[in-house]
Design a protein around this ligand. Sequence first.
Ligand SMILES: [Zn+2]
Length: 97
Amino acid sequence: MEEQDEAKTMAEFKKRENRQMLLMVIGLIAAVPLTIFVKSGTILRASIVMGLIVAYVIFSFWNYSCPACGVTVWNRPKFCHKCGIRLRKDHHKKISR
Ligand SMILES: [Zn+2]
């Protein structure tokens, strides 16, 4: 049963990571017209950039968290630093059985 929970948690965490990546790509694409059409050095541009950064940070706090206990995780950890559940597959793991 615990193995299954772990697999579920890893699958959910993978989804969140993908969402995070997607958002980063969208943010980068959105930044292109922003830099072309909004004059640099203006308050409008500064506030749009600030708004995007704040939105991204808030989204990360909400999205990039441990599916099991809900604590926000950073640096793509292998294990949750709070509850210790596995979040990613260990690619170097040897199967000894
Ligand atoms: Zn956790």
